[in-house]
Design a protein around this ligand. Structure first.
Ligand code: ATR
Length: 276
């Protein structure tokens, strides 16, 4: 088998997905390629996709700004991706495109792999900070993983509400000031906003002072240790890095394409070295 995979999006120059998938191919002793297909927002998307369909790729990833725009071009969509309303992985099944979303499951897998004993416990409570596309995927995946409570704090309350509506039981939309008052009620805080991302690296969405026994998790991975994670570490909290979500969302995508779950052993550290 000689696989042909790819990535569409813009900008994708610095994407780490080609590196990750080439490592997966090495690890699973499979042959193949993973090409970046940059589609400029000024280009006609439909024409580009007609061209892409002719390429007969076995599968491809979809990143910003096309995770929603791809949906009308799919022949089939996985129910979870449909609920999330965004697709980041497409598999070619006999010429038909089926779309999946591996971001949320990737996040949950990364958390489970870092804190397996904690993850096995019942009644876990999560607070998601931010209500964008990533938060939506994570909310749905945490629900599937059986979390007992999942609240969402966001600057624009309406955006948090629109995610909660997916599955409102044991879930609430909060303002940041409400959330600050009850941080100790959660077992994991999941930072999904762009605050703290390069170049605004000195910022943190919320103050973690006086907080104990909670996992602080950030999906931002540039910088690798955000101010949010640094503060958490300074307070003695457990931390969970964003680049691990990248790794596990790719693992699940590779699995969808090939039926093989590649080992990620050693790749967390390799990715850290690349990003540092
Ligand atoms: P992604 O797809 O990566 O989740 P996104 O959909 O653009 O990105 O979502 C960005 C998130 O960061 C949103 O929750 C946004 O808050 P709003 O819904 O209020 O816009 C949040 N965000 C971005 N800049 C922010 C800032 N300066 N302060 C607080 N929240 C911010």
């Amino acid at each position: 088998m000689n696989y042909r995979f790819g990535l569409i999006g813009y900008p994708i120059q610095h994407s780490l997905s080609p590196w990750i998938h080439k490592r997966f191919m090495e690890k699973t002793r499979s042959n193949g390629s993973y090409e970046k297909v940059e589609i400029l927002p000024t280009e006609p998307f439909e024409d580009k996709l007609i061209q892409l369909k002719k390429e007969r790729l076995d599968g491809f990833n979809v990143t910003v700004p096309y995770k929603q725009a791809i949906i009308p071009f799919l022949d089939e969509i996985d129910p979870t991706a449909w609920t999330i309303g965004a697709v980041n992985t497409v598999v070619n099944i006999d010429g038909k495109w089926k779309g999946y979303n591996t971001d949320g499951i990737g996040y949950v897998r990364s958390l489970q792999s870092k804190y397996p004993e904690w993850f096995a416990k019942a009644k876990k409570r999560a607070l998601i900070l931010g209500a964008g596309g990533a938060a939506r995927g994570i909310f749905v995946a945490l629900k599937h993983a059986g979390f007992a409570k999942i609240d969402i704090a966001n600057r624009t309350l309406q955006n948090a509400d629109s995610i909660i509506e997916i599955s409102p039981q044991n879930a609430a939309a909060l303002t940041f000031s409400d959330a600050k008052e009850k941080l100790q009620e959660y077992d994991v805080l999941i930072q999904t906003t762009s605050v703290g991302m390069k170049p605004s690296i000195e910022q943190s969405i919320i103050d973690l002072k006086d907080l104990h026994s909670v996992i602080a998790s950030d999906i931002v991975y540039q910088p690798i240790k955000t101010t949010f994670l640094q503060q958490a570490e300074d307070n003695g909290l457990s931390i969970h890095y964003g680049h691990t979500m990248l790794l596990y969302q790719a693992q699940y995508a590779f699995e969808i394409w090939t039926g093989i779950k590649p080992s990620v052993i050693g790749m967390d550290e390799e990715l850290q070295r690349i990003l540092e």
